[in-house]
Design a protein around this ligand. Structure first.
Ligand code: ZN
Length: 395
């Protein structure tokens, strides 16, 4: 299966300048692609992927105002075109309902002050001993916090908004199944905590997260008071980015540990699909919890595939918090503040989330039996996307 491994890298000042140029060009190409596709979409004309690429890169290099596109590795520009194509397609599929997963909006234009990146395939990078060679940039020092399991097929070079540089490699990794075990578990994604399991275990949010979120709000307020274009504003922006990074790292670390614990101790893990869950539909839940849940489920899926476990998402919306897990009676909707309730049919007293997790387990078992006629599917192979497996991962 394919996974990502991320390492911190330390480009020299000169290399930072070359990278800045490459980031800039990739950003311009990406945005040009979106504009051309938008224009074609508005005019109601169909435009092929090769035509978009020809107009943006080939014709772009000939135009005096885009001449500098020739200064950077063309593989990075081609990849930027493909990124734009994928973002556009996701949006389209989402509009037409072809995409079953969460709705995505129109792709956003890339901006200078955000995270910058270029993606390179094998003809744009190489490993020179301990260093990472990037075309038209040079040999960059890498902090090899863990070994690469195989020769990477591609690399994304990233500059985060806080100024740190990373290389994220896509590598092939052998699955290493754990000995089979009997236990299965259902998890209910919660508001007060990150999740509750069908065993009644409460998985809290990471420690310090609240304090850091308050700090983030404070630095963001400070940023908004700074004059645009000033040195103070640039410094404030960096401070916000640093707090963001700390929150991200705290969350990711916690999610890795939680996912590993769930997958190691259970043969099958069942959860609600966020795209169809009732909770995720409320605007409040979306803004506050979505990121943490998505990350946790992605890591559980990834680790299940790696360790030969099953991860199954319940395929359709079920009112898991309304049904009594003891007798199956449907007790009717309950406002979010109701944490405990008693089943009118059988008199069992329920903790809201624990009961929901038990229902998730039962539903998941039933669905996975239906899907494969008795057996449990082995962990699905997946291509990890996004931030999977940074150097501090607990995989
Ligand atoms: Zn009951």
């Amino acid at each position: 299966m394919q996974v990502r491994h991320r390492y911190r890298i330390y480009p020299t000042l000169g290399q930072q300048q070359s990278l800045a140029r490459a980031f800039g060009c990739a950003r311009v190409v990406y945005n040009d692609c979106l504009r051309i596709r938008d224009a074609a979409h508005t005019a109601g004309e169909k435009i092929s992927d090769t035509e978009v690429q020809r107009r943006v890169i080939t014709l772009g290099k000939q135009a005096p105002e885009r001449e500098w596109l020739g200064d950077v590795a063309s593989v990075a520009l081609v990849q930027a075109c493909q990124d734009a194509r994928r973002a556009y397609r996701n949006w389209f599929d989402s509009l037409s309902g072809k995409r079953r997963r969460r709705k995505v909006g129109h792709p956003r234009f890339r901006r200078r002050h955000q995270r910058q990146s270029i993606r390179l395939t094998r003809n744009g990078f190489a490993l020179h001993g301990q260093r990472l060679y990037v075309a038209k940039v040079g040999d960059i020092t890498v902090e090899w916090s863990r070994d690469l399991p195989s020769m990477p097929s591609s690399v994304t070079v990233i500059k985060e908004a806080d100024g740190r540089y990373y290389a994220s490699f896509v590598v092939e990794r052998e699955a290493s199944p754990l000995p089979a075990c009997e236990r299965e578990i259902g998890i209910d994604l919660g508001l007060a905590s990150l999740a509750v399991t069908s065993d009644g275990e409460v998985i809290g949010n990471p420690r310090f997260l609240r304090a850091r979120e308050r700090k983030l709000a404070r630095t963001q307020r400070a940023l908004s008071r700074k004059q645009s274009g000033s040195a103070n504003r640039a410094r404030a922006r960096r401070q916000v980015a640093v707090v963001h990074r700390k929150i991200r790292e705290t969350r990711l670390d916690h999610a890795h540990k939680t996912a590993l614990w769930l997958v190691r101790d259970n043969q099958a893990v069942y959860a609600e699909d966020l795209a169809v869950s009732g909770l995720a539909r409320t605007p409040l839940a979306k803004s506050v919890h979505d990121a943490g849940w998505t990350q946790l489920l992605r890591l559980v899926e990834e680790k299940a595939a790696r360790y030969g476990r099953t991860f199954h998402k319940i395929g359709r919306f079920e009112p898991t918090s309304q049904v009594c897990s003891a007798c199956g009676a449907k007790d009717g909707p309950k406002p979010l503040h109701v944490r405990e309730w008693t089943c009118a049919a059988c008199g069992t007293r329920h903790d809201r989330d624990h009961n929901a997790a038990k229902n998730v387990l039962a539903l998941g078992r039933r669905e996975s039996l239906n899907v494969c006629g008795g057996g449990v599917r082995p962990g699905r192979i997946l291509v990890a996307a996004g931030e999977a497996g940074t150097h501090r991962s607990a995989t």
